[in-house]
Design a protein around this ligand. Structure first.
Ligand code: NAD
Length: 243
């Protein structure tokens, strides 16, 4: 039997995409919640929450889900590192899929980025470039943040290696830095490129999303999966069996 879903952030672009995808996938939407609505009451009539709202809403959402013992699929991005750390403790009390990107292609990009970073040594300068629509509130995107985590992990570098944009007399690029560039404009759903540039060659791994339905369908796939899992924090790699 398919789980009944509660959509948090239902009036937003992603909330509406989830409602449309649920209809296609014949999944029942048991409730919808947006800014100012009472999530605790709405949760009782649903099996799982799919959240694409605001980072400021995540604590209230998780507290309500823990109190009701309901699984959560968390797609919202924009949490600071400290914010995320304390929220993860809360999320671990229920089954929770937390992913900065629910697309299958992007999850493969994560795996390819890890492999390329491991194979290409420090002769290859790494820069991450992302572009999103003009309405996006946070930068860099959650997907870019995840790509950067993977690169820093493989290169054994800390967050101080990141260079967010460059301006003025920056001096020569050092081998231990990783560039991050966030472009904003128009209606771009989400483009991500990881560039590995050496003297004599350049490898670019690029993913382009043209329809936010891919994230909605991925999040609903995660919702169907997470209702059968024990408490813990998972990501889309677990849902897709890529780990
Ligand atoms: P949006 O601004 O169109 O919609 C956000 C909605 O959340 C709005 O309707 C707003 O009123 C509502 N909201 C704000 N605070 C709330 C609260 N406290 N409780 C309930 N609802 C609240 O934004 P969007 O483009 O739909 O994106 C939403 C989030 O999802 C962003 O963080 C975005 O980066 C993220 N996102 C993630 C993925 C992914 O695959 N993980 C994909 C696309 C977008």
């Amino acid at each position: 039997m398919l789980p009944t879903v509660l959509i948090n952030g239902s009036r937003g672009r992603m909330g509406q995409a989830v409602a449309a995808a649920a209809k296609d996938m014949k999944i029942t939407v048991g409730g919808v919640v947006d800014l100012g609505d009472d999530i605790a009451a709405a949760l009782r009539s649903c099996d799982v929450v799919v959240d694409f709202s605001s980072h400021a809403a995540t604590r209230t959402l998780l507290e309500a889900a823990v109190a009701e013992g309901k699984p959560v699929v968390l797609g919202t991005t924009g949490h600071s590192t400290d914010e995320k750390k304390s929220l993860l403790e809360l999320a671990a009390k229920i089954p929770c899929v937390w992913a900065g990107n629910f697309s299958v292609g992007v999850n493969l990009l994560f795996a390819l980025t890890r492999r390329a970073t491991a194979v290409l040594n420090a002769d290859y300068d790494i820069e991450v470039i992302e572009m999103h629509h003009r309405f996006k509130q946070d930068a860099p995107s959650g997907t870019a943040a995840r790509l950067l985590e993977i690169i820093l992990d493989e290169r054994r570098l800390g967050a101080e290696a990141l260079r967010h944009g460059r301006e003025g007399i920056t001096g020569q690029r050092t081998p231990s830095e990783v560039g991050v560039h966030a472009l904003r404009g128009g209606d771009v759903v989400g483009d991500h490129t990881v560039m590995f540039a050496a003297l004599g060659e350049r490898l670019e791994l690029t993913h382009k999303a043209s329809d936010r339905g891919i994230f909605a369908r991925g999040a609903l796939r995660a919702a169907q999966w997470v209702v059968h899992q024990p408490p813990g924090v998972y990501d889309m790699q677990h849902v897709l069996g890529l780990t």
